[in-house]
Design a protein around this ligand. Structure first.
Ligand code: GLV
Length: 332
């Protein structure tokens, strides 16, 4: 008998077909978003879940489903998974790093540029039929080239954004991270390490790429926004909750900073109502990794992880990108 797995959301049919070669698959082609109770019920008797960032896998889910052996996320971020709880139960968790790095960096850069050059705001103006004449200060924004790019969180995606800024746009790049990068990486990204305070004070364009954790909750709030230049922009492609959205909406409304670009939100898909009323913010629905080829690469990697984690395929027992590899080691 094949092991049973749940594919929690609608994904590419060819990836579901590949999973069916190894598993008895319950999929979700109608893309229903399961409540916690529904998720628990659907996981009954399942050994694996192909999850997305939308499913919270915590102790309640694990204790109700003791047969679960693998939680494979189709996302690089995994704040939806209680990893210590999984590890304590010997459940392997995986994510999808690397395959989305360049695509996500492209989007982060695009969102920063749209924000600085007021692309969404001016498009709305045009669509409203308000464009009647040229004027010297119509939608004047701020330059990207030659400006100071500040990056909070210098992992793979942060580094890819730094390379775009430094090499493509002649930006001065500064970053702040939990730990300083090797000199060789700093040199390749042409990025200098600064304190968080210096980052906030000096950045013309601040891009947030730090993973969400209790430690990064509201890393940017009213206090931090007050340290930024009034001409600065802020772009968040990390996770909702890293930025205090209420404080940001207030800062945008009062001109504490010039503009923001947000792909992620606290409590998404809900968006803080004040963010919807301020004009100087570009809002996108968490699509930074959304290209056809990257979303397929993510799904394929999540499937490879699930297949290997449950002991099938060429790398049986060795999923390519585990988050808690310690559960894979044989007990001493
Ligand atoms: C998207 O937000 C991801 O974590 O992959």
């Amino acid at each position: 008998m094949k092991p049973a797995v749940l594919v929690a959301r609608a994904i590419q049919p060819e990836v579901v077909a590949r999973l069916r070669n190894h598993f008895d698959v319950e999929d979700n082609p109608n893309d229903q978003v399961f409540s916690k109770d529904e998720l628990i019920a659907r996981l009954k008797g399942k050994q694996g879940i192909f999850a997305t960032g939308s499913e919270r896998i915590d102790e309640a889910v694990l204790s109700a489903n003791p047969e679960l052996r693998a939680v494979c996320n189709m996302a690089v971020g995994y704040n939806n998974i209680d990893v210590p709880a999984c590890t304590a139960r010997g459940v392997v968790c995986t994510n999808t790093p690397d395959v989305l790095t360049e695509t996500t960096a492209d989007f982060g850069f695009a969102l920063m540029m749209a924000t600085a050059r007021r692309i969404a705001e001016s498009e709305h103006f045009l669509r409203r039929g308000e464009w009647k004449k040229w004027s010297f200060d119509m939608f004047t924004g701020s330059d990207i080239h030659g400006a100071t790019l500040g990056i909070l969180g210098m992992g793979r995606i942060g580094q890819a954004i730094a390379r775009r800024g430094a090499h493509g746009f002649g930006m001065r790049v500064i970053y702040h991270n939990r730990s300083r990068l090797d000199a060789a990486i700093e040199q390749e990204c042409r990025a200098s390490y600064v304190s968080k305070h210096e980052l906030l004070q000096q950045a013309d364009h601040l891009v947030i790429v730090v993973p969400y954790s209790p430690a990064s909750h509201h890393a940017i709030g009213a206090v931090e926004l007050a340290q930024m230049k009034r001409t600065a922009t802020l772009t968040n492609i990390a996770r909702g909750g890293v930025v205090d959205d209420a404080a940001l909406a207030q800062a945008l409304a009062t001109g504490l900073i010039a503009a923001a670009g947000l792909d992620v939100f606290e409590g998404e898909p809900a968006v803080h109502p004040h963010l919807l009323t301020v004009p100087n913010v570009v809002l996108t629905p968490h699509i930074a990794s959304a290209t056809v080829s990257t979303r397929l690469a993510m799904a394929d990697l999540a499937a490879d992880n699930l297949i290997a984690a449950l002991g099938f395929g060429p790398s049986a027992g060795k999923p390519p990108t585990p988050i808690n590899p310690e559960v894979l080691r044989p007990a001493p």
